[in-house]
Design a protein around this ligand. Sequence first.
Ligand code: P6P
Length: 337
Amino acid sequence: MNGQFDEGITLDRFIYETTRAHPTATGQFATLLRQLSLAARLVSNRVNRAGLAGMLGGTGDVNVQGEFVQKLDIYANETIKRALEHAGCVCAMASEEDEGPYFVPERFYSGRYVFHMDPLDGSSNIDVNATIGTIFAIYRRRSEEGTPATLDDVLRPGRDIVAAGYVIYGSGTIIVLATDAGVQGFTLDPALGEFFLSHPDIRLQPEARTKTYSVNEGYAASWPPGLREYVESLKAPGAGWRSRYIGSLVADFHRNLITGGVFLYPATKKNPSGKLRVLFEAFPLAYVVEKAGGAATDGRRRILDIEPTHLHQRTPLFIGNRVHVEDITRVLAEAGA
Ligand code: P6P
């Protein structure tokens, strides 16, 4: 190294260069990503100090999902909404933590985009210091910019997504962003407070030598017909599979995105419609995985083709390398699931 300043490609530079590639861009998408990056740094800082900042544990409340709310859930939810609402780029937000949509207050400009999020997925793992994440999807509004948004702007099919991704708070903090230009990963340098391009053009490895399957086998007794046989087939000698399950969707998904594999969360007796949320988990990750060359179904149809009828709708989710997702979908169809 000759002391040459190795600037690297910052998230800001990536945003600037991709914005320039869209001559009609108003800059609102760039602003949204910059504000999201700020919120991600604030949440990362708090997550990494949770034990010290008195941010561990629950608030004592139960959210719309019937789950115990963790202090960090609330912090992440409020931080992201505050970072986006005033920036003139968003007209409405929907969050796994909120019962209904959050329409940008009239004192702020009602911008072009709709923002969906699971502000802190896997939060039940916070107290045991396991990797957690923020999952998001971005849509262009249907109604006229500058006017108050409506539910018709917020409740959308996955194929309307224009960008999606997640922030993973693990050994490092990484923003994974999927757009029409592909999937890029940006790693936070906490000393500089800057995200740098660390994973350019993420593509699912077509046929990884070691394949990973991620499923909670504790529910095997209540899986749909055919699935138990399928998972057992992965354990056959020489099949070349390994099992990894953290119980934090962002962590399990990210590992499989980087090294190849498939994540399965089928319908169970406890969650007959599936546990994961269509808008806040399945749609964003299905968008990411398809932009990386993979696939995502609910066991019958493409996740992004689901037409949700309510904000907190749930779905089974099979997501990862296309060849494995297609195998699972075929097995379930043949078994009549
Ligand atoms: P189970 C975390 O609570 C979560 O919503 C996802 O992050 C994760 O994939 C799933 O639930 C784990 O669910 O039933 O295996 O504990």
